[in-house]
Design a protein around this ligand. Sequence first.
Ligand code: BGC
Length: 733
Amino acid sequence: MKKFPTTFYFLMLIPFFQLTAQSLIPVYLNPNKSIEERIENALSLMTLEEKVALCHAQSQFSSSGVSRLGIPEINYTDGPNGVRQELMINSYAAANWRNDSCTGFPALTCISATFNPVLAYDYGVAMGEEALYRKKDVLLSPGVNIFRTPMNGRNFEFMGEDPFLIGQLAVPIIKGIQSNGVAACVKSVALSNQESNRKYINVMVSDRALHEIYLPAFKSAVEDGKSWTVMGSYSKLQSQFCCQNELLLNKIIKKDWNFDGVILADWGAVHDTREAALYGLDVEMGTNTDGNLSKYDDYNNYNLGFPFLRLLKNGEIPLTVIDDKCRRILRLIMRTSMNPKRNFGRFVCEDHSAIARKVAEEGIVLLKNENNLLPIPIRKYKRIAVIGENAIRDLTSGGGSSELKVKYEISPLEGLQAKFGKENITFSYGYSAGPNTWGKVVDSKLDKDSLFKVAVETARNADIVLFIGGLNKSWFQETEGSDRQSYNLPYNQDELIEAIQNVNKKTVVLLLSGNAVAMPWLQKVPALLQCWYSGSEAGNAIANIISGEINPSGKLPFSFPKKLEDNGAMFYGKKSYPGDSVVHYMEDILVGYRWYDTKNITPQFPFGYGLSYTSFEYGKIITDKKNYKTDETITLSFTLKNTGKTDGSEATQVYATQPIASVLRPAKELKAFKKVFLKVGDTQTVEMKIKVKDLAFYNDRTQSWTVEPGEFIFRNASSAADVKSSINITVSN
Ligand code: BGC
């Protein structure tokens, strides 16, 4: 018999050793076992105390793992447009690390304005990578609450007024974040639409508006985005707090939407152990600590801590309840920190800056451009006046939990100086806001009158003026914790803009904000750009748009009413906003453009609106058939031609309505959109698909979605108010 060297026999034994080694690994640690097997095994090894410990915070931004078994704790971070700095373990105070300054990505309103789901995915990937590098397991993003009134101080953190647009962009953000093995957290379900009285506001909303307007983006995030976590809100729905709301959490999210992840409480939004335990909350965060724990072990006294344990021990709450929560939490851990494929992430790198800049560039909306005042050729003007505090103000800090400590932030002034030459630009403050101070307004120490005068003189002596103002992240402006107090621009900017344009007709206004504002000066100003809060690369993006290097293609994700009372929520007065302890959503399903269109009110700027440096010609909309059954898909198409002199992109939109129905149907509802890039002179056929079932309305009576047979009208449009053509089809059973 042939003899082999001993190493051969040794090598032959390796698979055996491997098998034995594998069988020694506990199932929950074995990456070759399925997640569900690993969860069941871990659960079977845990004590009741260990299970309960999973269900509440153990510090301001973490919750426990199972230390005895080597199951890691969960680290959370805000969100929603970058990774927040490290905070002290038991408070919101900065930990003052030197290595935690992140890339500031544009706010969610800006990504929404891009109408670009592909870019939204890249944005999610990049933010997820940053979170991963910083060893975070859950990034508290995206925020998808509906823009109901311009007074909401947190609109800038969310994605506008249209549930369909939000859903279409939130899904890729979530997928992008989670592609890193970092959980997204879609927040805050539901009805977080104002900051006034937010900790206890009881929202009275019809079932129809709840399902048609306020929940669809969450539903898409769960069903299509497969978000691994969801955050509850502070509000009450039907008199029950949302973080312990049986209908919302158990029935709608967990049962109807088949959610298998973790429902997380907003910080300090849990009020009752029994309700939180029984009605679907999985992890409680931030309760009563407000960042000031006196004793470390106070976390055990959370509703879902010792009080929960007591109820489980004395049999008042069944053990199946805790096991369900633990399965979800373990699933989250397996999907994130115990995911063997998880990488290490990246933090503040050229790729992330490039994505931040691209989102900012694609999100900026050109609202007005008389006589093609923009773009400004680089060497055309020698005396460019840049006026307004937002040209230099740090707009990534302030505003509450979305505040970012960024590695760098190119201000508009810096971006413009780099593009047009420092020597050609004169800066003047024009106005000045005080510092961002939580809970109060602190006035600027600079003298208002002299700032005003100097600005007007600077404008008078300039070839062209770029006024860079808007809102900021101060109290009563755009921040968590307070709503706005006026629809007008703050700090006398309206008067200032008037005065500036009186002495210089070439005045371009750039608004840096995440909300609609009144524009009493609009008729007199030839050019206007909505620039959002666009993060680290804001200044470069703005300069690229102003110089024409980038052709604007953003569209508004919410309407700008001419005056506040024109907005549906504001129309009905105090009862409808801000309410007191109760608020009634009296405009019902007619939110945003659904209101303006149905009530024939012309907004200042409609939803979906945005100009370009080029022009587009839309062909007539056609469908593949005339009659459809309820389970079919409609294919719509039309041609789009770039008829101008610059290459550019256009976010084309298709709206639907049902003219005759048993219930009120809005005059228009966005059902599809597509952003198309066209070179000068090029034409493309734009095709979109709409499922007939997505033409349904939510039937309050039957508590289900209903497609009512009959006639439907589809319109292709460049904005909610700029319809190009329409086509009628019929739907039958
Ligand atoms: C906010 C959340 C945020 C949390 C943690 C809460 O006040 O509402 O959106 O994620 O704080 O900072």
